[in-house]
Design a protein around this ligand. Structure first.
Ligand SMILES: NC(=O)c1ccc[n+]([C@@H]2O[C@H](COP(=O)([O-])OP(=O)(O)OC[C@H]3O[C@@H](n4cnc5c(N)ncnc54)[C@H](O)[C@@H]3O)[C@@H](O)[C@H]2O)c1
Ligand SMILES: CC(C)[C@H](C(=O)O)[C@@H](O)C(=O)O
Length: 334
């Protein structure tokens, strides 16, 4: 029985989790696969109550689970998500931006951002004076090599050939190392090495998209992924996975959306699609496909929240997706 840690977090997190649980329960029922869901707290509210944003039992809960599903953390995100990514060595941040039939999504948009997840400007080291602040940017050969290898192998397994390494090696020393490592790995993995500067890549994402997969460093991946969200209907549709050798945390790309928190209009699809990624990672590909197909049909039928043109509430969307899963579940080979 897979043991899954669930961290609702702050803002829209709890209401989104309320919509995701029926989807997981329905899947468990259809697959005849009990899921052991354990809830843990983290984030701003936890910090306010207990003085720490990531309590020991939450960290242990994540460590002792087969996978974790998390929604979003607010202002204390750097005290929760960054330590989790780094302590658990979740070196891949996999962000597939794939369009579903919602207004403002570009049909056929399918771009995966493979973002290094443990170093770069995110090492949280530096110093702050009165008028000057310095952030250390670390890029290592080891981290560059493993993210790059993951990216090319991911592309090969999915038949994606237009893989670009995105960097700023015309200016930054770390990017010169990243480029050097990635060009060698491309050759070893049997790919033509293609590269692009990050500023140019941003324009090309918006313009003509010559790539299927972008492999990039941590901060560039953070920014480019929010840009990619704009072409699939927004952050409410964008799932992601933080993956290491034997552990993984699945979360939407979005944050706590404070201006809509408590209104029950947040889009739960990004988290539901993250749960689909989690089921695939746990080895239940059929379950993952069933969730994705149900989300696709829910979008076609307009069972959506206002951010993507619908008028449903967060929980209703989860219930509709569960209903569709029951309707089509019989045709899926688990
Ligand atoms: N991984 C994380 O935990 C994570 C990621 C990003 C931001 N944050 C935190 O979230 C807070 C808010 O940050 P932000 O405003 O830059 O980003 P955000 O992702 O919360 O919101 C950006 C925009 O997208 C909209 N949006 C986001 N998720 C949505 C959803 N599910 N349904 C409908 N609309 C949605 C918001 O309403 C807002 O207009 C900050 O405290 C930040 O630190 C956390
Ligand atoms: C909240 C923040 C620390 C985080 C990041 O920058 O990685 C977020 O923007 C993301 O993309 O997951």
């Amino acid at each position: 029985m897979p043991r899954i840690a669930v961290i609702p977090g702050d803002g829209v997190g709890p209401e989104i989790i309320d919509a995701v649980i029926p989807v997981l329960e329905t899947l468990s029922d259809l697959m005849n696969l009990p899921l052991d869901l354990r809830f843990f707290e983290a984030g701003d509210e936890t910090k306010r109550k207990r003085g720490v944003a990531l309590p020991e039992e939450t960290l242990n809960g994540v460590m002792n689970s087969d996978a974790t599903l998390m929604v979003a953390i607010g202002e204390s995100a750097r005290e929760v998500i960054l330590p989790l990514r780094q302590k658990l060595d979740l070196y891949v941040n996999l962000r597939p931006a794939k369009s579903y039939p919602v207004p403002r999504a570009i049909p056929g948009f399918d771009l995966t951002i493979v973002r290094e997840n443990t170093e770069d400007l995110y090492v949280m080291s530096g110093w702050r004076g009165l008028d000057t602040a310095v952030d250390l940017r670390i890029i290592t050969r080891r981290a560059s090599e493993r993210i790059c290898r993951f990216g090319y192998r991911y592309a090969r397994e999915r038949g994606k050939s237009r893989v670009y390494v995105v960097h700023k090696a015309n200016v930054l020393g770390g990017c010169m190392l990243f480029r050097e490592v990635c060009s060698r790995v491309a050759e070893e993995e049997g790919f033509d090495y293609r590269e692009m500067y990050v500023d140019s890549a941003a324009m090309r994402i918006a313009m003509d998209r010559p790539f299927d997969v972008i492999i990039t460093t941590n901060m560039f991946g953070d920014i480019l992924s929010d840009l990619a969200a704009a072409f699939i209907g927004g952050l409410g549709m964008y799932p992601s996975a933080n993956i290491g050798e034997s552990r993984a945390i699945f979360e939407p790309v979005h944050g706590t959306a404070p201006e809509i928190a408590g209104k029950n209009i947040a889009n739960p699809m990004a988290t539901i699609l993250s749960a689909a990624m989690m089921m695939g990672w746990l080895g239940h590909e059929g379950g993952s496909k069933l969730i994705e197909e149900a989300v696709r049909r829910a979008c076609e039928l307009g069972y959506t929240t206002p951010d993507v043109g619908g008028s449903m509430r967060t929980k209703e969307v989860g219930l509709k997706i569960s209903e569709i899963m029951r309707e089509i579940g019989g045709s899926i080979n688990f």
